[in-house]
Design a protein around this ligand. Structure first.
Ligand code: PEP
Ligand code: CO
Length: 452
Protein backbone atom coordinates (compact mmCIF):
# COMPACT_ATOMS: atom_id res chain seq x y z
CA UNK A 1 0.00 0.00 0.00
CA UNK A 2 2.47 2.62 -1.17
CA UNK A 3 0.83 5.97 -1.06
CA UNK A 4 3.44 8.29 -2.48
CA UNK A 5 4.86 7.12 -5.79
CA UNK A 6 7.42 9.95 -5.76
CA UNK A 7 9.23 8.71 -2.68
CA UNK A 8 11.24 5.54 -2.32
CA UNK A 9 9.23 2.36 -1.78
CA UNK A 10 7.73 1.60 1.58
CA UNK A 11 9.62 -0.70 3.93
CA UNK A 12 9.29 -1.29 7.67
CA UNK A 13 12.21 1.12 8.12
CA UNK A 14 11.33 3.72 5.45
CA UNK A 15 10.07 6.00 8.25
CA UNK A 16 13.69 6.52 9.28
CA UNK A 17 14.35 9.10 6.57
CA UNK A 18 11.31 11.18 7.56
CA UNK A 19 11.03 13.61 10.46
CA UNK A 20 9.93 11.57 13.47
CA UNK A 21 8.19 13.60 16.16
CA UNK A 22 8.09 12.57 19.82
CA UNK A 23 10.91 10.02 19.66
CA UNK A 24 13.00 9.64 22.83
CA UNK A 25 16.65 10.57 22.71
CA UNK A 26 18.05 7.18 23.67
CA UNK A 27 21.34 7.60 25.47
CA UNK A 28 23.06 4.65 23.85
CA UNK A 29 22.66 3.83 20.20
CA UNK A 30 24.42 0.48 20.45
CA UNK A 31 22.04 -0.67 23.16
CA UNK A 32 19.04 0.43 21.07
CA UNK A 33 20.33 -1.55 18.06
CA UNK A 34 20.81 -4.65 20.20
CA UNK A 35 17.25 -4.31 21.56
CA UNK A 36 15.81 -3.80 18.07
CA UNK A 37 17.58 -6.93 16.87
CA UNK A 38 16.28 -8.93 19.82
CA UNK A 39 12.70 -7.68 19.35
CA UNK A 40 12.85 -8.51 15.64
CA UNK A 41 13.62 -12.12 16.49
CA UNK A 42 10.77 -12.54 19.01
CA UNK A 43 7.39 -14.03 18.06
CA UNK A 44 4.58 -11.77 16.82
CA UNK A 45 1.78 -10.89 19.27
CA UNK A 46 -1.00 -11.08 16.71
CA UNK A 47 -1.41 -12.66 13.32
CA UNK A 48 -2.12 -11.07 9.97
CA UNK A 49 -5.33 -13.04 9.58
CA UNK A 50 -6.66 -11.56 12.82
CA UNK A 51 -5.85 -8.04 11.63
CA UNK A 52 -7.78 -8.77 8.44
CA UNK A 53 -10.77 -9.99 10.46
CA UNK A 54 -10.71 -6.76 12.43
CA UNK A 55 -10.62 -4.71 9.21
CA UNK A 56 -13.78 -6.56 8.20
CA UNK A 57 -15.46 -5.95 11.54
CA UNK A 58 -14.58 -2.25 11.34
CA UNK A 59 -15.90 -2.18 7.78
CA UNK A 60 -19.29 -3.19 9.17
CA UNK A 61 -19.06 -0.21 11.53
CA UNK A 62 -18.24 2.09 8.60
CA UNK A 63 -21.50 1.00 6.98
CA UNK A 64 -23.58 1.58 10.11
CA UNK A 65 -23.98 -2.13 10.84
CA UNK A 66 -21.82 -2.08 13.99
CA UNK A 67 -20.39 0.27 16.61
CA UNK A 68 -16.80 0.44 17.88
CA UNK A 69 -15.96 0.53 21.57
CA UNK A 70 -12.25 1.33 21.92
CA UNK A 71 -11.20 1.64 25.54
CA UNK A 72 -8.47 1.22 28.11
CA UNK A 73 -5.80 3.06 30.05
CA UNK A 74 -4.26 6.28 28.85
CA UNK A 75 -0.93 4.60 29.54
CA UNK A 76 -0.41 1.06 30.78
CA UNK A 77 1.96 0.78 33.70
CA UNK A 78 4.87 -1.57 34.40
CA UNK A 79 4.38 -1.19 38.14
CA UNK A 80 0.59 -1.44 38.38
CA UNK A 81 0.30 -4.69 36.43
CA UNK A 82 -1.88 -7.49 37.79
CA UNK A 83 -4.21 -10.19 36.53
CA UNK A 84 -7.03 -8.61 38.53
CA UNK A 85 -6.44 -5.25 36.87
CA UNK A 86 -6.68 -6.80 33.40
CA UNK A 87 -9.75 -8.83 34.38
CA UNK A 88 -11.53 -5.80 35.82
CA UNK A 89 -10.81 -3.69 32.75
CA UNK A 90 -12.16 -6.46 30.56
CA UNK A 91 -15.24 -6.73 32.79
CA UNK A 92 -16.16 -3.09 32.39
CA UNK A 93 -15.58 -3.16 28.62
CA UNK A 94 -17.77 -6.27 28.32
CA UNK A 95 -20.42 -4.59 30.46
CA UNK A 96 -20.38 -1.49 28.29
CA UNK A 97 -20.60 -3.64 25.16
CA UNK A 98 -23.61 -5.51 26.55
CA UNK A 99 -25.34 -2.25 27.44
CA UNK A 100 -24.76 -0.94 23.93
CA UNK A 101 -25.79 -4.15 22.19
CA UNK A 102 -28.82 -4.77 24.36
CA UNK A 103 -29.83 -1.13 24.60
CA UNK A 104 -29.31 -0.10 21.02
CA UNK A 105 -29.43 -3.38 19.13
CA UNK A 106 -26.12 -2.90 17.33
CA UNK A 107 -23.21 -5.35 17.35
CA UNK A 108 -20.24 -3.87 19.21
CA UNK A 109 -16.63 -4.31 18.06
CA UNK A 110 -14.54 -4.53 21.24
CA UNK A 111 -11.08 -3.01 20.91
CA UNK A 112 -8.80 -2.52 23.91
CA UNK A 113 -6.29 0.28 24.35
CA UNK A 114 -4.21 -2.47 25.88
CA UNK A 115 -1.26 -4.84 25.49
CA UNK A 116 1.02 -2.19 24.00
CA UNK A 117 -0.25 1.23 25.13
CA UNK A 118 2.99 2.09 26.92
CA UNK A 119 4.21 5.30 25.26
CA UNK A 120 2.98 8.88 25.56
CA UNK A 121 3.44 11.92 23.33
CA UNK A 122 4.12 15.01 25.42
CA UNK A 123 3.43 18.68 24.75
CA UNK A 124 6.74 19.67 26.34
CA UNK A 125 10.08 17.82 26.55
CA UNK A 126 10.39 18.78 30.21
CA UNK A 127 7.98 19.05 33.11
CA UNK A 128 8.07 20.64 36.53
CA UNK A 129 7.57 18.29 39.47
CA UNK A 130 7.72 20.11 42.80
CA UNK A 131 10.74 22.37 42.44
CA UNK A 132 12.54 20.16 39.91
CA UNK A 133 12.54 20.49 36.13
CA UNK A 134 12.66 16.94 34.78
CA UNK A 135 12.67 15.30 31.38
CA UNK A 136 9.01 14.52 30.67
CA UNK A 137 7.68 11.07 31.48
CA UNK A 138 7.05 9.37 28.11
CA UNK A 139 5.41 6.15 29.23
CA UNK A 140 6.93 3.05 30.75
CA UNK A 141 8.12 1.85 27.35
CA UNK A 142 10.59 4.76 27.48
CA UNK A 143 11.34 5.96 31.02
CA UNK A 144 10.00 5.92 34.57
CA UNK A 145 7.53 8.35 36.09
CA UNK A 146 9.41 8.69 39.40
CA UNK A 147 10.32 12.32 40.12
CA UNK A 148 14.03 11.69 39.78
CA UNK A 149 16.33 12.83 36.94
CA UNK A 150 17.94 9.37 36.63
CA UNK A 151 14.53 7.67 36.32
CA UNK A 152 13.65 9.92 33.39
CA UNK A 153 16.57 8.83 31.21
CA UNK A 154 15.17 6.75 28.33
CA UNK A 155 16.21 3.09 28.52
CA UNK A 156 15.80 0.92 25.37
CA UNK A 157 15.57 -2.24 27.48
CA UNK A 158 12.10 -1.01 28.38
CA UNK A 159 11.01 -1.90 24.84
CA UNK A 160 11.64 -5.55 25.71
CA UNK A 161 9.78 -5.26 29.01
CA UNK A 162 6.87 -3.64 27.15
CA UNK A 163 6.82 -6.53 24.69
CA UNK A 164 6.85 -9.10 27.50
CA UNK A 165 4.08 -7.34 29.40
CA UNK A 166 2.03 -7.07 26.20
CA UNK A 167 2.51 -10.81 25.61
CA UNK A 168 1.28 -11.80 29.05
CA UNK A 169 -1.59 -9.30 28.92
CA UNK A 170 -2.75 -10.59 25.57
CA UNK A 171 -2.38 -14.18 26.74
CA UNK A 172 -4.71 -13.52 29.66
CA UNK A 173 -7.17 -11.61 27.48
CA UNK A 174 -7.29 -14.50 25.04
CA UNK A 175 -7.88 -16.93 27.91
CA UNK A 176 -10.64 -14.78 29.42
CA UNK A 177 -12.45 -14.08 26.17
CA UNK A 178 -12.25 -17.57 24.70
CA UNK A 179 -12.19 -19.67 27.87
CA UNK A 180 -15.57 -19.06 29.47
CA UNK A 181 -15.26 -15.73 31.30
CA UNK A 182 -16.96 -13.82 28.47
CA UNK A 183 -19.80 -16.37 28.25
CA UNK A 184 -23.16 -14.59 28.15
CA UNK A 185 -24.18 -16.89 30.99
CA UNK A 186 -21.56 -15.05 33.12
CA UNK A 187 -22.95 -11.62 32.53
CA UNK A 188 -23.88 -11.11 36.22
CA UNK A 189 -20.30 -11.84 37.25
CA UNK A 190 -18.99 -8.84 35.29
CA UNK A 191 -20.83 -6.49 37.65
CA UNK A 192 -18.22 -5.73 40.29
CA UNK A 193 -19.35 -5.22 43.87
CA UNK A 194 -18.72 -1.46 43.96
CA UNK A 195 -20.59 -1.06 40.69
CA UNK A 196 -23.53 -3.37 41.46
CA UNK A 197 -24.67 -1.16 44.37
CA UNK A 198 -24.97 1.96 42.17
CA UNK A 199 -27.98 3.01 40.09
CA UNK A 200 -26.14 2.07 36.90
CA UNK A 201 -25.12 -1.26 38.40
CA UNK A 202 -28.77 -2.02 39.13
CA UNK A 203 -29.74 -1.06 35.58
CA UNK A 204 -27.08 -3.46 34.40
CA UNK A 205 -28.52 -6.23 36.58
CA UNK A 206 -31.87 -5.71 34.84
CA UNK A 207 -30.21 -6.24 31.47
CA UNK A 208 -28.38 -9.30 32.79
CA UNK A 209 -31.74 -10.68 33.99
CA UNK A 210 -33.22 -10.04 30.55
CA UNK A 211 -30.35 -11.89 28.88
CA UNK A 212 -30.77 -14.82 31.30
CA UNK A 213 -34.46 -14.97 30.52
CA UNK A 214 -33.81 -14.89 26.77
CA UNK A 215 -31.26 -17.71 27.07
CA UNK A 216 -33.64 -19.81 29.20
CA UNK A 217 -36.42 -19.15 26.71
CA UNK A 218 -34.32 -20.26 23.74
CA UNK A 219 -33.15 -23.37 25.61
CA UNK A 220 -36.77 -24.18 26.52
CA UNK A 221 -37.69 -23.89 22.85
CA UNK A 222 -35.19 -26.63 22.17
CA UNK A 223 -32.51 -24.39 20.61
CA UNK A 224 -29.08 -25.96 21.12
CA UNK A 225 -27.13 -23.17 22.82
CA UNK A 226 -24.02 -25.01 23.97
CA UNK A 227 -22.57 -25.27 20.49
CA UNK A 228 -23.26 -21.62 19.61
CA UNK A 229 -19.77 -20.06 19.94
CA UNK A 230 -20.99 -16.48 19.80
CA UNK A 231 -22.80 -16.97 23.12
CA UNK A 232 -19.71 -18.27 24.90
CA UNK A 233 -16.79 -16.32 23.46
CA UNK A 234 -16.09 -12.81 22.30
CA UNK A 235 -13.64 -11.36 19.82
CA UNK A 236 -11.54 -8.86 21.71
CA UNK A 237 -8.96 -6.91 19.73
CA UNK A 238 -5.93 -4.89 20.81
CA UNK A 239 -4.70 -1.46 19.80
CA UNK A 240 -2.28 1.26 20.84
CA UNK A 241 -0.75 4.48 19.58
CA UNK A 242 2.11 3.59 17.23
CA UNK A 243 4.43 6.14 18.79
CA UNK A 244 7.83 4.55 19.35
CA UNK A 245 8.68 3.49 15.85
CA UNK A 246 11.68 1.34 16.79
CA UNK A 247 9.26 -0.94 18.64
CA UNK A 248 6.69 -1.00 15.84
CA UNK A 249 9.27 -1.63 13.12
CA UNK A 250 10.80 -4.53 15.03
CA UNK A 251 7.41 -6.23 15.33
CA UNK A 252 6.47 -5.72 11.68
CA UNK A 253 6.47 -8.98 9.78
CA UNK A 254 5.62 -10.19 6.30
CA UNK A 255 2.51 -12.36 6.16
CA UNK A 256 3.35 -15.69 4.57
CA UNK A 257 -0.11 -15.99 2.98
CA UNK A 258 -0.34 -12.63 1.25
CA UNK A 259 3.26 -11.38 1.33
CA UNK A 260 1.94 -8.14 2.84
CA UNK A 261 3.50 -6.40 5.85
CA UNK A 262 1.66 -6.33 9.18
CA UNK A 263 2.63 -4.66 12.43
CA UNK A 264 2.18 -7.66 14.68
CA UNK A 265 2.42 -5.66 17.93
CA UNK A 266 -1.39 -5.17 17.91
CA UNK A 267 -4.42 -5.65 15.71
CA UNK A 268 -4.96 -1.93 15.19
CA UNK A 269 -2.55 1.01 15.43
CA UNK A 270 -3.17 4.74 15.38
CA UNK A 271 -1.22 7.98 15.12
CA UNK A 272 -1.84 10.71 17.65
CA UNK A 273 -2.75 14.34 17.27
CA UNK A 274 0.94 15.27 17.67
CA UNK A 275 2.33 12.76 15.17
CA UNK A 276 -0.13 12.72 12.26
CA UNK A 277 1.97 14.95 9.94
CA UNK A 278 1.44 13.75 6.35
CA UNK A 279 5.17 13.86 5.57
CA UNK A 280 6.22 12.57 8.95
CA UNK A 281 7.61 9.25 10.00
CA UNK A 282 4.46 8.02 11.73
CA UNK A 283 2.17 8.36 8.71
CA UNK A 284 4.92 6.84 6.57
CA UNK A 285 5.02 3.82 8.85
CA UNK A 286 1.23 3.34 9.05
CA UNK A 287 0.84 3.82 5.29
CA UNK A 288 2.59 0.54 4.54
CA UNK A 289 1.32 -1.86 7.15
CA UNK A 290 -1.87 -3.73 6.28
CA UNK A 291 -3.47 -3.63 9.73
CA UNK A 292 -6.49 -1.43 10.25
CA UNK A 293 -5.09 1.98 11.22
CA UNK A 294 -6.37 5.19 12.77
CA UNK A 295 -5.55 8.81 13.29
CA UNK A 296 -6.64 11.26 15.91
CA UNK A 297 -8.18 14.42 14.48
CA UNK A 298 -8.24 17.60 16.55
CA UNK A 299 -10.02 20.93 16.12
CA UNK A 300 -7.25 22.43 13.97
CA UNK A 301 -7.68 19.90 11.16
CA UNK A 302 -9.18 21.37 7.98
CA UNK A 303 -11.31 19.42 5.50
CA UNK A 304 -8.28 19.38 3.15
CA UNK A 305 -6.06 17.98 5.91
CA UNK A 306 -8.51 15.18 6.53
CA UNK A 307 -8.88 14.29 2.86
CA UNK A 308 -5.09 14.25 2.54
CA UNK A 309 -4.92 11.94 5.57
CA UNK A 310 -7.43 9.60 3.91
CA UNK A 311 -5.36 9.55 0.71
CA UNK A 312 -2.16 9.00 2.65
CA UNK A 313 -3.42 6.20 4.89
CA UNK A 314 -6.10 4.59 2.75
CA UNK A 315 -5.42 5.27 -0.95
CA UNK A 316 -7.02 1.92 -1.83
CA UNK A 317 -10.24 3.07 -0.11
CA UNK A 318 -10.61 -0.19 1.76
CA UNK A 319 -13.58 -0.11 4.10
CA UNK A 320 -12.49 -0.68 7.72
CA UNK A 321 -8.88 0.21 6.98
CA UNK A 322 -9.10 3.77 8.34
CA UNK A 323 -10.63 5.03 11.57
CA UNK A 324 -10.61 8.75 12.31
CA UNK A 325 -10.86 9.47 16.03
CA UNK A 326 -12.07 13.01 16.62
CA UNK A 327 -11.09 14.81 19.81
CA UNK A 328 -12.37 18.35 19.56
CA UNK A 329 -13.53 19.31 23.04
CA UNK A 330 -17.15 19.69 24.05
CA UNK A 331 -17.37 23.29 22.86
CA UNK A 332 -15.84 22.83 19.44
CA UNK A 333 -17.34 19.60 18.15
CA UNK A 334 -20.78 20.56 16.95
CA UNK A 335 -19.55 23.36 14.70
CA UNK A 336 -16.14 21.89 13.86
CA UNK A 337 -16.97 18.33 12.88
CA UNK A 338 -19.64 18.67 10.13
CA UNK A 339 -17.33 20.30 7.53
CA UNK A 340 -14.93 17.35 7.91
CA UNK A 341 -17.75 14.81 7.68
CA UNK A 342 -19.12 16.46 4.55
CA UNK A 343 -15.72 16.63 2.86
CA UNK A 344 -15.01 12.95 3.48
CA UNK A 345 -18.52 11.92 2.46
CA UNK A 346 -18.33 13.96 -0.77
CA UNK A 347 -14.94 12.42 -1.65
CA UNK A 348 -16.42 8.97 -1.10
CA UNK A 349 -13.73 7.86 1.36
CA UNK A 350 -14.80 4.99 3.61
CA UNK A 351 -13.99 6.27 7.11
CA UNK A 352 -15.01 4.91 10.48
CA UNK A 353 -15.73 8.03 12.55
CA UNK A 354 -15.12 7.57 16.25
CA UNK A 355 -15.47 10.06 19.09
CA UNK A 356 -12.71 10.47 21.68
CA UNK A 357 -14.51 12.72 24.18
CA UNK A 358 -11.55 12.66 26.58
CA UNK A 359 -8.53 14.48 25.13
CA UNK A 360 -10.23 17.73 24.18
CA UNK A 361 -11.69 18.11 27.67
CA UNK A 362 -8.67 17.83 29.96
CA UNK A 363 -7.83 20.57 32.42
CA UNK A 364 -5.77 20.96 35.59
CA UNK A 365 -7.78 21.23 38.79
CA UNK A 366 -6.78 23.60 41.59
CA UNK A 367 -4.85 20.89 43.42
CA UNK A 368 -2.68 20.35 40.32
CA UNK A 369 -4.29 17.12 39.12
CA UNK A 370 -5.20 16.71 35.45
CA UNK A 371 -8.89 15.87 35.24
CA UNK A 372 -12.01 15.82 33.04
CA UNK A 373 -15.65 16.47 33.80
CA UNK A 374 -18.10 13.67 33.08
CA UNK A 375 -20.54 16.30 31.82
CA UNK A 376 -18.03 17.62 29.25
CA UNK A 377 -17.29 14.07 28.10
CA UNK A 378 -20.98 13.41 27.61
CA UNK A 379 -21.52 16.81 25.98
CA UNK A 380 -18.84 16.05 23.40
CA UNK A 381 -20.51 12.71 22.65
CA UNK A 382 -23.86 14.43 22.21
CA UNK A 383 -22.23 16.93 19.84
CA UNK A 384 -20.65 14.06 17.91
CA UNK A 385 -24.01 12.34 17.43
CA UNK A 386 -25.67 15.64 16.49
CA UNK A 387 -22.98 16.39 13.91
CA UNK A 388 -23.46 12.99 12.31
CA UNK A 389 -27.22 13.30 12.35
CA UNK A 390 -26.91 16.68 10.60
CA UNK A 391 -24.63 15.22 7.91
CA UNK A 392 -26.40 11.92 7.45
CA UNK A 393 -23.26 9.98 8.41
CA UNK A 394 -22.86 7.17 10.93
CA UNK A 395 -21.44 7.92 14.39
CA UNK A 396 -19.33 4.79 14.35
CA UNK A 397 -17.92 4.47 17.83
CA UNK A 398 -16.37 5.84 21.01
CA UNK A 399 -12.78 5.90 22.23
CA UNK A 400 -12.43 6.31 25.99
CA UNK A 401 -9.82 6.13 28.71
CA UNK A 402 -11.11 3.99 31.55
CA UNK A 403 -10.21 1.50 34.23
CA UNK A 404 -12.17 -1.21 36.02
CA UNK A 405 -10.97 0.18 39.32
CA UNK A 406 -12.75 2.49 41.72
CA UNK A 407 -10.55 5.52 41.02
CA UNK A 408 -11.31 9.21 41.51
CA UNK A 409 -9.72 10.78 38.45
CA UNK A 410 -12.63 12.26 36.44
CA UNK A 411 -15.15 14.62 38.04
CA UNK A 412 -18.91 14.12 38.22
CA UNK A 413 -20.87 11.08 37.08
CA UNK A 414 -23.46 9.23 39.12
CA UNK A 415 -21.40 9.38 42.31
CA UNK A 416 -20.60 13.05 41.61
CA UNK A 417 -16.87 13.13 42.33
CA UNK A 418 -15.78 16.67 43.24
CA UNK A 419 -12.34 18.30 42.97
CA UNK A 420 -11.55 17.74 46.65
CA UNK A 421 -11.90 13.98 46.14
CA UNK A 422 -9.39 13.67 43.28
CA UNK A 423 -6.57 12.90 45.75
CA UNK A 424 -8.42 9.91 47.22
CA UNK A 425 -7.70 7.33 44.51
CA UNK A 426 -5.81 9.03 41.69
CA UNK A 427 -3.56 6.29 40.30
CA UNK A 428 -3.32 6.88 36.56
CA UNK A 429 0.09 6.81 34.92
CA UNK A 430 -0.91 9.67 32.62
CA UNK A 431 -4.39 11.05 31.82
CA UNK A 432 -7.45 10.76 34.11
CA UNK A 433 -9.67 7.73 33.43
CA UNK A 434 -13.35 7.03 33.94
CA UNK A 435 -13.90 4.56 36.77
CA UNK A 436 -16.12 1.51 36.26
CA UNK A 437 -19.32 3.26 37.43
CA UNK A 438 -18.70 6.31 35.26
CA UNK A 439 -17.91 4.04 32.30
CA UNK A 440 -21.15 2.12 32.69
CA UNK A 441 -23.04 5.38 33.12
CA UNK A 442 -21.54 6.60 29.85
CA UNK A 443 -22.50 3.38 28.06
CA UNK A 444 -26.16 3.81 29.07
CA UNK A 445 -26.11 7.36 27.75
CA UNK A 446 -24.46 6.36 24.48
CA UNK A 447 -27.02 3.57 24.05
CA UNK A 448 -29.75 6.20 24.34
CA UNK A 449 -28.03 8.39 21.75
CA UNK A 450 -27.74 5.40 19.43
CA UNK A 451 -31.41 4.54 19.86
CA UNK A 452 -32.40 8.08 19.03
C1 PEP B 1 -4.04 9.64 23.85
O1 PEP B 1 -4.88 9.03 23.17
O2 PEP B 1 -3.67 9.26 24.97
C2 PEP B 1 -3.50 10.91 23.31
C3 PEP B 1 -2.35 11.39 23.72
O3 PEP B 1 -4.34 11.47 22.44
P1 PEP B 1 -4.13 12.67 21.40
O4 PEP B 1 -3.08 12.22 20.41
O5 PEP B 1 -5.48 12.80 20.80
O6 PEP B 1 -3.72 13.88 22.17
CO1 CO C 1 -4.55 10.04 27.14
Amino acid sequence: MQSDPQSSPWAPDSWRVKPAAQQPVWPNDGELKRVNAQLSSLPPLVFAGEARQLTQALGAAVDGRAFLLQAGDCAESFTDFTADGIRDKLKVILQMAVVLTYGAGVPVVKLGRIAGQFAKPRSSPTEQVGDQILESFRGHMVNDDLPDPAARIPDPNRLITAYQQAVSTLNLLRAFTKGGFADLGQVHAWNQQFVASSTQGKRFEDIAEGIDRALRFMAACGIELTSEDTLHQVDFWTSHEALILDYEEALTRRDSLTDDWYDCSAHMLWVGERTRQLDGAHCEFLSGIHNPVGSKVGPNATPDDVIALCERLNPGRISGRLTLITRFGANAIEAGLPPLLRAVRDEGHPVLWVCDPMHGNTFTADGGRKTRRFDDIFAELKGFFAAHRATGTWPGGVHVELTGEDVTECLGGVEDIVEGQLEQRYTTTCDPRLNARQSLDLAFSVAELLRA
